[in-house]
Design a protein around this ligand. Structure first.
Ligand code: SF4
Length: 309
């Protein structure tokens, strides 16, 4: 994994102003904290942030010590999209056309417990931005499996041999099926891409969805200093591709890795994949190849990128 492979992920300057303050309550090396730090560089102080139960319920802190420089509202696990829809209606009723309403939910509050409300708000095309920071399990309550947990991962609720037997739910396909104006994936190792996708979402009206991979050293069993490396490896191994979808129809790969790194580079840094044998790694590779091939087909990519190298 040469430096050039990593350097190509960093293009452009990043806004220097901070709208997430130090002194937050995240674990060391938390990818969810960095996700929001980057997201806030686009949102600044012009948003109402709605947080259902998740790690960010803790990370944000309590008044007057909260770490976000904007309005924050905590709500029950399944209710975030409905609460956000109501807040937006209230803002419009008092003539505020500009304040963004942003749901900040973990994968449990998006893929599982929040899915019904999310689907309803997406179908109604509510004018809100739903951001899922995905740490791939219920980390706040002890690393229980969610439907965002990937194939092969251990969790505290995965029965012996502690290998999740089925793949991660395809939340982007579900959002595309709602034909919302904008949906995109992002992750912290590509900060310019993440910020530009938040900016893109802010500029649009209607329901917008961002799926952001946020490595979690606590739950993934990874070294705290490897959080950004893991985020990069997720993209360079293609287990988490970067792409966007307009109106549920137009797919576009926003980053095409010039080298497809082996999945072992990604799995090897995480204890949650330590039970995987060669057969399971091969199955994971097949899953990745299939998903990548589908993505290339939908986005009209003409490169020979379905071949694993
Ligand atoms: S459990 Fe994971 S996602 Fe939650 S605060 Fe700690 S490192 Fe971040």
């Amino acid at each position: 994994m040469g430096n050039t492979v990593f350097e190509e992920t960093l293009v452009g300057k990043i806004e220097q102003d901070e709208f997430m303050l130090s002194g937050h309550n995240a674990c060391p090396g938390c990818g969810a904290a960095l996700t929001v730090r980057l997201m806030m560089k686009a949102l600044k102080d012009r948003a109402v942030i709605v947080i259902p139960a998740s790690c960010w319920s803790i990370i944000s802190g309590v008044n007057p010590l909260r770490c976000l420089e904007t309005v924050v509202l905590h709500c029950p696990f399944p209710a975030a999209a409905a609460v956000g829809s109501g807040i937006k209606k209230g803002l419009l009723a008092v003539g505020d056309q500009d304040t963004q309403v942003v749901i900040l939910a973990g994968d449990g509050g998006t893929f599982d417990i929040g899915l019904q409300g999310l689907s309803g708000a997406a179908e109604r095309n509510e004018d809100i931005l739903f951001v899922c920071y995905d740490n791939e399990a219920y980390m706040n309550t002890g690393m229980q499996k969610s439907s965002a947990t990937p194939y092969g991962s251990a969790s505290t609720t995965t029965p012996a041999p502690r290998i999740k037997p089925n793949p991660k739910k395809d939340i982007m396909a579900i959002m595309a099926a709602h034909q919302i104006p904008y949906a995109a994936t992002a992750t912290i190792a590509f900060p310019q891409d993440l910020i530009s996708k938040v900016n893109r979402a802010i500029d649009l009206k209607g329901f917008r969805f961002l799926h952001i991979l946020a490595p979690c050293p606590q739950g993934w069993g990874s070294p705290v200093e490897k959080t950004v490396t893991l985020s990069r490896l997720a993209v360079l191994t293609r287990i988490f591709p970067l792409f966007e979808i307009e109106d549920g129809k137009r797919y576009r790969l926003t980053y095409h890795p010039s080298v497809h790194l082996p999945l072992e580079n990604y799995f090897g840094l995480q204890k949650r994949f330590s039970s995987l044998g060669p057969r399971e790694v091969e199955q994971a590779r097949e899953n990745v190849d299939y998903y990548w091939g589908e993505l290339c087909r939908k986005s009209g990519c003409s490169e020979d990128c379905c071949r694993y190298s």
